[in-house]
Design a protein around this ligand. Structure first.
Ligand code: PGA
Length: 253
């Protein structure tokens, strides 16, 4: 891999100020495991507080609105999350696609807005169990990505892709090493075609879906896996750091 493994915690709708101590512990430990790049995406309400505490880890948002500003009650723009201290935003997560009926078109508008605000993007993709069982996972994921990969010259600096099979998120199930490898290779092929090899090789492809300290080593050692997007196991510093340690040792091997 061209870059350090990237371990990103997605706190989802979890976390009050009481969780700041976990963020501090993650930040302190990240300073000891510099072979991994560590980040967390707390809920909007904690972005600024975590940003103020953190010296090492990257801070991101879990979503943003597609618009710049205006009459959108309850929504938060990319500019606002950047102002609060976020450096990246997760877009296209399957929970947003399912819970908020987000289409590829809407996700594209959000990507454009986030890039305008100077944010890096973690673009999520992944198939349902039904699609996987029918044998159409690869085709589905590549189509989903083709619809949303932004036309930019500096993808290597601004884009990360996260492959998260929907059926593996929060379920304790993970895809097999063989399936992860095949999907990540297919995604790499698409990135090569879209951006050219030079940019593509700096776009990390994260795996997500029930990544835990005890399976992280195996998943992170797959050639095209450039890190992990971690939900449940990122909510405690202890389990998240188990994954960070695995990532830093995997890279050393
Ligand atoms: P999980 O979530 O680790 O709890 O499966 C991953 C994600 O949705 O990003």
């Amino acid at each position: 891999m061209a870059e350090r493994p990237y371990i990103v915690g997605n706190w989802k709708m979890n976390g009050t100020r009481a969780m700041l101590s976990e963020a501090r512990a993650i930040d302190r430990a990240a300073q000891r495991y510099m072979r991994a790049e560590v980040a967390i995406a707390p809920p909007y309400t904690l972005i600024h507080a975590v940003h103020r505490e953190a010296e090492q880890i990257g801070i991101g948002a879990q979503d943003c609105h597609a618009g710049e500003d205006g009459a959108h009650t309850g929504d938060i723009s990319a500019t606002m999350v950047a102002d609060a201290g976020a450096k990246f935003v997760i877009l296209g997560h399957s929970e947003r696609r399912a819970d908020h009926k987000e289409s590829n078109a809407l996700i594209n508008d959000k990507i454009a807005s986030a890039l305008d605000a100077g944010l890096r993007i973690i673009l999520c993709c992944g198939e349902s169990l039904e699609t996987r069982e029918k044998g159409g996972a690869e085709e589905f994921v590549l189509k989903q990505l083709k619809a949303s990969l932004p036309r930019i010259d500096d993808a290597g600096e601004r884009l990360t892709v996260a492959y998260e099979p929907v059926w593996a998120i929060g379920t304790g199930k993970t895809a097999t090493t063989k399936d992860i490898e095949a999907m990540h290779n297919a995604i790499r092929g698409l990135l090569d075609d879209t951006y050219g090899k030079e940019q593509s090789e700096n776009v990390r492809i994260l795996y997500g879906g029930s990544v835990k300290p005890d399976n992280a080593r195996e998943i992170l050692s797959i050639a095209e896996v450039g890190g992990a997007l971690v939900g449940g196991a990122s909510l405690s510093a202890e389990s998240f750091l188990g994954i960070v340690v695995a990532a830093s040792e995997t890279e050393e091997a």
